[in-house]
Design a protein around this ligand. Sequence first.
Ligand SMILES: Nc1ncnc2c1ncn2[C@@H]1O[C@H](COP(=O)(O)OP(=O)(O)O)[C@@H](O)[C@H]1O
Ligand SMILES: N[C@@H](CCC(=O)OP(=O)(O)O)C(=O)O
Length: 369
Amino acid sequence: MNRANWKRIVIKVGSALIAPNRQGCSSHYLLSIAQFIVKCRAEGIQVVLVSSGSVAAGSHQFKAQDSDDIAIKKAMAAAGQTEMISTWDRLFDFPSAQILLTHADLRDRERYVSIRDTLFSLLDNDILPIVNENDTVTTDKLKVGDNDNLSAMVAAAADADSLIICSDIDGLYDKNPHEHDDAKLLSWVENIDESIYAMAGGAAKGGVGTGGMRTKIEAAEKAVSHGIDTFIINGFTELSFNMLLEGKNPGTHFQAHEVPMKENVHWMRHTSNAQGEVIVESNFAGSLGDDSEKLTSSEIVDVKGEFSVGDTILVRKNDGTKLVKARSNYSSCLLNFIAKQENEEFATEFEEKTGPIISNQHLANLEKE
Ligand SMILES: Nc1ncnc2c1ncn2[C@@H]1O[C@H](COP(=O)(O)OP(=O)(O)O)[C@@H](O)[C@H]1O
Ligand SMILES: N[C@@H](CCC(=O)OP(=O)(O)O)C(=O)O
């Protein structure tokens, strides 16, 4: 690994490191992480911290500590977030800032750009951004759901060069080492494909973490395609951080792509999610990736879901083949209306006046997947 190139890094810390016993926050494991952050900053490396732990930190204040009730978990997150932030803040002699995000913020292009601006302003002023999901206000439709994926979205938004995911385990093994004694650690992953995903099991039962290894691989896939080297390391041991500072790989290193995706294409592909679908005939010819204006109402056989102008939609063939993810210039209601028009002349004239159905500037081509 080449640490000399680090200019900006994102470090993700899991709940097990922050509230190991679910009895409030403990600085036990955070000290070496904080020292690592201090040393990086002293070397001129900008750092963004993505910290889990609000639910785990807040749970001890509730009568039903192990409750699966969503409303109680949201309340735990609200109660634990302040404790988590103040624990981090006490470990630093420079200012930190709290950023709470939902997927609804990240998938909206305007809000995403605003998040980027805020991150850059904080970093330019030597303030440490501490990011978590805004669990208190999320619903299933609005949430990222795990901080591994959130950290990759934040790393992309911050144009980071490395993402370090601190876990409760040394890295990615070829199978879950808690279930298989002969599991072997992978120190280097060049290409993330199904065989890599097949190695991942979920989080340990009764454990503090959320996503297990699968969400960490998803995060790595998002990050490397943005040109971000990604590491899964054991956050429990100081040695991991010393090795990183020495330019050594203490865990699993997922290699960044040499040619990253363009920023807006990456956002569309990996951060935004489709609010609805537009379905065209299975024999649809041509590539929307090359010419988005090929999508006209006469090609549309169905419109699924409810979306507004500016939302991201998936365009796919009737046989399921995905074509593109793109920003819709029409609402689902309007698109349904013109797609069902018997009078083709009316539809054509309408589209000529209103403009193309999908934007060619905010479009990710999925045809090669
Ligand atoms: N192939 C694998 N390699 C390593 N850990 C795995 C693997 N498959 C499943 N796991 C589980 O994933 C856990 C780490 O994820 P998680 O519990 O979500 O922790 P964190 O709080 O660090 O996000 C490990 O402790 C292990 O139980
Ligand atoms: N946002 C949640 C954490 C979600 C999460 O992904 O947790 P973890 O698997 O410990 O990184 C919280 O603060 O409790």
